[in-house]
Unconditional design. Structure first.
Lengths: 147, 394, 394, 147
């Protein structure tokens, strides 16, 4: 079956929110790899522990673009702690579902946020996110590149 | 595909995945759908009438590739023909050797059966291709051992369209007494394929790639060639393919074959013109775009290329919103979304592979469709490149 | 099939080999033949539209047998479904054991794959049947060992029409955790088959046996059941059956399934009446004629029997000259002309087997067709008996 | 493929010649067996080494009936020696061809004639046809009952 995207996915694919780069970002997360066909870059600006601004750039399919777009919306204005609670499941739900082969993209979005926060923490506190490694890299193997 | 100004324009450029059936094919099929319910195996006149329709079609398909009617075995799809040929020929001739030769740009319906045969103890050599996707006949010659029983190669990959030197290869295999199977899905019915002149022992072909219906395909098998049946049970197709035939589909395939034989030259003149213009213009209107496959020695209606820094599904979805249907990666396995092994084989770098597009013209396309693509694609690419984190890195 | 007095009467009584497609099925197919050329794997809207048509059909086929749509895998014929199920289920579950159970009255599309599996190291028990062709569930129970992984049985043989105790057998296999495949070619779409209620894990069915087109069939596979794909290549049918789908055929199958579900009761009332009258009258109008299969627990439109001292092909040819189409021996393998293993299994003596005839009614037959057979067959038998050296010997 | 019979086959099938039995035949040949679905019985009346009359009865398919019928025509009025020269190939040709799966029937017809002559010779001379065994029985095995 070909990807049957929800209207919500299509909407974010056609009109992605928060695209681009931030001048002097406080944290940058880049996940995925070009060989697998998805790369997400997330940049954040943090003020008083709150994500004041977030921008993304994504190389990937419609699902990859839509998940990054909605994820930026979901964390903007949230505290770091709240943003860290965002799961890929929540992203999928917010998009009104994703085809099974595309679930991976939501994992990538979750990871991109965590990577950006990790980078921010590293820069601001000297230590990164505790015990965190990007899930998407692991999934890569399991899916046998099926994303 | 015309220039209808009321409805949004529809430009179908995915003919290498499926061609729109010719109305004359459909007209031929309908009465058989209605009347040919007799089981052709049976001796009553209902069955005989159905059998006659099938035999007429067999004759037409045979003529198209210069075979004898009894050398045509009807199947249900190109995949079945390929699975049947690879497994059936290898296993039936196992006593003579266990070495098979194929290439690195084959369709999965060839590769997966080969993988299974490897598990059974066959050795398979996968010949490399050059940057245009061409298999070198001398590398094939060198790969042959005294255990080699079968060479199976595509005539043209649906992903890059390059025409392979089947003629030279057929001379080598015939001389060495090795069976030669050709995956002719993209060529049979599109360009002249003469199984006798080309020394082909088995050829896979499918009606839905030459304006026939889906569900009707065939394997040409040179008379006297040993093969193990793939579908087991009844005595249909001289015992070589059991199962009730797709009667109306076969009738449609026959008509489509007849039309292909008669109209091929005319069709291709038009196709080549559209192809060549798109190949020339695309790199002009899009930066960092390059054509994949051979620049000229390729399928008449086939244009493939890679757009750097952008992913194919996204591009094709935006194209679709403009009414343009294309393929990205392997049309037959778009869902897999894996990095195409064919593009990797011609040396395209992994990150660029994902930006591949295939535009395949059919007989119903028009020059205006080329203009339309040249108008619509560049802004889409630009839009997606703005989104891409790769562009700047370069 | 009506009483047309201008043209010679045509009475088609070979519906167990192939049913005439319902005009409503054909009407549904034609637009899809014309418009559905998009490759359903592809993401453009042409492909999506085709995919939608296939999914609608999957839904309808699923409903007919009380399955989930995702449990329906489309194939090209009953033979493919049977080959796929037997080989795919056995090989995928080989780690759990190597013992299979089947019966002595299976179709060749079950028997031949079983023979191949035997060569690979599987053990197969072929259960006997009683004189009416019934498989005894307790003999099945006794045949089960701790190595048994799969039971594959026909729901009804096309040759004798006896309905097998699938319900009892499904309870046994479910309780023991053994996979149960049913060859439902003659039953699905003809009588109610509820895969959930009957505890069936896999069911083969074909559209051309319930007024759909040829070339469209399916395998129901219970969700979560491990199977190895039979056709290898693309990712169609969730990767379980590669190859471009027969799109219009699948659409026709969906419509036929819908009609079957809605009209089955009505159809069968008529069929049973014709069947029972022919079963009662044939032995009265022909000496030394006996019915084969169960006298009443059988397919609604199915009458089979043997005419002593006369050979079947000769009879059916003379019947055909009168416009009557019937089968002799196994319809699916009439050409083989071997003594039917099914009739031998129910104890018919070898010389009588050759005089077998199957009359299978369809929804378009009428009571007058019964009269016509009863009028035309006796003189044919008499004529051939005059020619026969056997009659006197008895 | 179903049997595509020639018009000649159909004609003999519909109107078989020389059907029946002869009173006090000089030779009777019966070949084939009921298990395989074909039995041919050939009866001959011989006068002055010439086949004065011949009748047959056949249990079998259209091809079996047609081959027996035409074979009787082909030997009637012939000498024993001439009749013995009748090959199954000649029978097939006289019928304007037979489908490959039905060639066996023509062998049966040739055999039936030889068997009848063998019987006649046995009765009249005490020894049968020299070095002759019915070919059809052998074929039976080879064809794996495919007739
Ligand atoms: C019981 C049964 N199984 C299998 C088959 C084979 O089906 P097909 O000829 O569609 O391949 C038939 C054919 O009628 C059948 O009756
Ligand atoms: C070269 C080649 N081989 C095999 C196939 C498989 O054919 P099908 O999808 O009809 O099974 C295709 C599909 O387009 C193809 O292009």
């Amino acid at each position: 079956m070909s990807p049957n995207y929800s209207e919500k996915v299509m909407e974010h694919f056609k009109n992605p929110r928060n695209v681009g780069e931030i001048d002097n970002p406080d944290g940058v997360g880049k996940v995925g790899n070009p060989q697998c066909g998805d790369i997400m870059e997330m940049q954040i600006k943090v003020k008083d522990n709150v994500i004041a601004d977030v921008k993304f750039r994504t190389f990937g399919c419609a699902a990859a673009i839509a998940t990054s777009s909605i994820a930026t919306e979901m964390i903007k204005g949230k505290t770091i702690e709240e943003a860290l609670k965002l799961t890929n499941k929540a992203v999928v739900e917010a998009l009104e579902g994703l085809p099974p082969v595309k679930i991976h993209c939501s994992v990538l979005a979750e990871d991109a946020i965590k990577a950006a926060i990790d980078d921010y923490l590293r820069k601001s506190t000297g230590t990164g996110l505790q015990g965190w490694t990007p899930r998407s890299d692991v999934e890569e193997e399991e899916h046998g590149h099926q994303h | 595909m015309g220039t209808n100004t009321d409805k949004p324009k529809k430009v179908y450029l995915d003919n290498m995945a499926n061609t729109p059936p010719d109305p004359r094919v459909i007209d031929e099929m309908i009465p058989h759908l209605k009347n040919d319910f007799g089981n052709p195996l049976n001796i009553h006149s209902f069955g005989q009438q159905t059998q006659q329709a099938i035999e007429d079609s067999r004759q037409k398909v045979a003529e198209m590739v210069n075979a004898q009617p009894k050398e045509i075995i009807f199947t249900s799809c190109g995949t079945e023909s390929n699975n049947f040929a690879v497994k059936g020929l290898a296993r039936a001739n196992q006593k003579r050797g266990n070495h098979l030769i194929s290439s690195s740009i084959e369709h999965f319906s060839i590769l997966y059966p080969l993988k299974e045969l490897e598990k059974e103890g066959f050795d398979v050599t996968y010949l490399p291709v050059d940057k245009n996707g061409i298999i070198d006949p001398s590398s094939l010659k060198n790969a042959i051992t005294d255990k080699t029983i079968l060479v199976t190669l595509t005539h043209a990959s649906n992903e890059i369209g390059t025409l392979e030197p089947i003629n030279e290869i057929g001379m080598i295999t015939r001389e060495k007494g090795i069976l030669f199977h050709v995956d002719g899905m993209q060529t049979a019915g599109t360009i002249p394929v003469d199984v006798k002149a080309l020394n082909i022992d088995a050829l896979s072909l499918a009606a839905n790639l030459f304006y026939g219906p889906t569900g009707a395909a065939a394997l040409y098998l040179k008379q006297g060639t040993r093969i193990l049946p793939f579908l087991l049970g009844g005595t249909q197709e001289e015992g070589k393919r059991a199962g009730t035939n797709n009667i109306s589909g076969i009738v449609g395939m026959g008509k489509a074959a007849e039309l292909a034989r008669l109209e091929m030259g005319e069709r291709n003149k038009k196709l080549v013109a559209m192809r060549d213009r798109l190949i020339k213009e695309l790199p002009r209107v899009i930066d960092d775009f390059f054509i994949t496959g051979h620049p000229s020695n390729r399928l008449p209606g086939h244009v493939s290329g890679c757009v750097k820094f952008v992913e194919g599904e996204s591009m094709s979805m935006f194209l679709d919103m403009e009414g343009v249907a294309v393929s990205t990666g392997s049309a037959c396995v778009s869902k897999a979304l894996k990095a195409s092994h064919v593009l990797l084989a011609i040396g395209v770098s992994p990150e660029v592979v994902h930006g591949s597009l295939v535009f395949s013209f059919g007989k119903d396309n028009e020059e205006a469709d080329v203009d339309y693509v040249l108008e619509k694609l560049p802004p889409i690419v630009e839009r997606l490149r703005k989104l891409s984190p790769l562009k700047k890195d370069k």
